[in-house]
Design a protein around this ligand. Structure first.
Ligand code: GRF
Length: 188
């Protein structure tokens, strides 16, 4: 049985697109939720015939958990089995992370445990690294710290900027994420 996956986004959704394009026997994407109204990824979902909803975090103010309780409710109503974060720009509270433990996955643009957090491409360049990469991992309470499902790397080239590096890495992310999501879906 294909696992029922929800993808959470905040923006352009190129990783969402890759996950949609690679749907096969292991998983199906049945719901996309954006916390940002008008996120480009919503249209990608609709074009693929997938339900796409906005749950704006702003009306919840500082009450992150109230936002997550409503999000959780949406997911449970649709019998979601795996939640995939794809450019979802909200840090999740222990409430949500515990509710979805082992079934909540993220893609991060660095070779974790190197460079958790933001500006990963610039940090890899500043450190003089000669390889960079992306990691798909389970989400735990500590940011970008959960069990690693898979990684892929690219060489850093002379003349690379954070932008060129991000662009080259994105192509690698688009292969890595579907592979790792399928792997997790088969394990559950
Ligand atoms: C990607 O770089 C991903 O690694 C990071 O956020 C970005 C999302 O891009 N978590 P997109 O919205 O999937 O195009």
């Amino acid at each position: 049985m294909k696992k029922r996956v929800a993808v959470l986004i905040s923006g352009r959704g190129s990783n969402l697109q890759a996950l949609l394009d690679a749907r096969q026997d292991a998983y199906d994407i049945v719901l996309v939720v954006s916390n940002v109204p008008g996120a480009a990824g919503l249209e990608r979902a609709r074009a693929a015939g997938v339900e796409a909803l906005v749950l704006d975090h702003k009306p919840y103010g500082k009450d992150r958990e109230a936002f997550e309780r409503d999000l959780d409710h949406l997911l449970v109503l649709r019998n979601i089995q795996i939640v995939a974060l794809a450019g979802f720009m909200r840090v999740l509270t222990p409430f949500f992370v515990r509710a979805w433990a082992g079934r909540l996955v993220n893609i991060h643009p660095s070779l974790l445990p190197k460079y958790p957090g933001i500006n990963t491409h610039a940090r890899a360049l500043e450190a003089g690294d000669d390889v960079h990469g992306a990691t798909v991992h389970l989400v735990v309470e500590e940011v970008d710290a959960g069990e690693i499902i898979g990684q892929a790397s690219i060489p850093i080239l002379a003349g690379d900027t954070p932008e060129t590096l991000a662009q080259r890495l994105l192509e690698v992310e688009h292969k890595l994420y579907p592979e790792c999501l399928a792997k997790l879906a088969r394990q559950l």
